[in-house]
Design a protein around this ligand. Structure first.
Ligand code: NAP
Length: 276
């Protein structure tokens, strides 16, 4: 699987695993844990979660899935904006670590921008690094101006920006993706199959059939065509994980990309960053 490099030189697989909506239904729990473990076995070792997901239960589920496998996993979690202050961030981080059953996060993200000054959040993140609680920090749902503000406030753009990006959400191509590319900051594309809404799209299904692939695979492979992009689809079953893993081996030709461009054109004008 292709690797993506963070600014500090650490590499991760381009295809990871999301966990939003996991741990919401007790009946799904075993299947979700099995799905995450299968993903790790298949090399999708980056796992993305957040204190917000299922009110912390998603982190607990991830903690259970990675028992005995912590060293194999690149663990990402996110803090609520209201927890991004100097006094609250250490507590939020400690609570996430406890739920995840680990002593450190590989990457800690500010989930979206709130009212806490960015400088204060960056300083709190750097103290967590110094304390060994997190190995690096980043942001999520930051548009280009937010990234500029972040650099102005803290002197660094962090390790990544996790944003909504898929065939139907191509707005970031205008200036956010080039901004990040210019600085060698990887993008984490969330909702790569638009939370399932893309999968029945007749245009995508037709293109996928031509490629003897599934709609999910084409949508994921399309995100992974970027050199600097990590995609984190969420899959609640081993079958979906296997299907998504195969997307990392699906090569889209220039003709395929042109067909996808025609079916899912990027917006003609810049649009503000969308979020789910
Ligand atoms: P997504 O990954 O685009 O879609 C997940 C949905 O697609 C689930 O319903 C899943 O169903 C289905 N699915 C996945 N693979 C499939 C396949 N091969 N065949 C059929 N259905 C398939 O949406 P997402 O969960 O919103 O985004 C991914 C991750 O990004 C999240 O889980 C979360 O970790 C992160 N995220 C971050 C933010 C943020 O603000 N930073 C926002 C949204 C998401 P099953 O469960 O049945 O497999």
């Amino acid at each position: 699987m292709k690797s993506i490099r963070f600014p500090d030189g650490t590499t991760v697989p381009a295809l990871g695993q999301g966990t939003w909506m996991m741990a919401e239904q007790a009946m799904q729990r075993r299947a979700e844990i099995a799905a995450l473990r299968a993903g790790i076995d298949l090399g999708m070792t980056l796992i993305d979660t957040a204190e917000m997901y299922a009110n912390g239960a998603s982190e607990r589920l991830v903690g259970e899935a990675i028992v005995g496998r912590r060293e194999d996993v690149f663990l990402v979690s996110k803090a609520y904006p209201q927890n991004a202050s100097s006094d609250r961030l250490p507590r939020a981080c400690e609570a996430s670590l406890k739920r995840l059953g680990t002593d450190r996060l590989d990457l800690y993200l500010l989930h979206w921008r709130g009212s806490v000054p960015l400088r204060e959040t960056v300083e709190a993140m750097n103290r967590l690094i110094a304390a060994g609680k997190i190995l690096r920090w980043g942001v999520s749902n930051f548009d280009t101006e937010d990234m500029e503000d972040l650099v102005a406030a803290g002197g660094s753009a962090g390790a990544t920006n996790q944003v909504l990006y898929n065939l139907t959400r191509r707005g970031p191509e205008h200036d956010l993706l080039p901004w990040l590319d210019d600085r060698d900051i990887p993008v984490m594309a969330y909702s790569p199959v638009e939370q399932g809404r893309l999968l029945g799209n007749p245009k995508l299904v037709a293109i996928a059939e031509e490629l003897a692939a599934t709609a999910a695979q084409v949508a994921i492979a399309w995100s992974l065509r970027h050199d600097n992009m990590i995609a984190i689809p969420k899959a609640g079953s081993v079958a979906h994980v296997r299907e998504n893993r195969a997307a990392a081996g699906l090569e889209l030709s220039n003709d395929d990309l042109a067909a996808l461009d025609a079916a899912f054109p990027r917006p003609r004008k810049r649009v503000p960053l969308e979020m789910l």
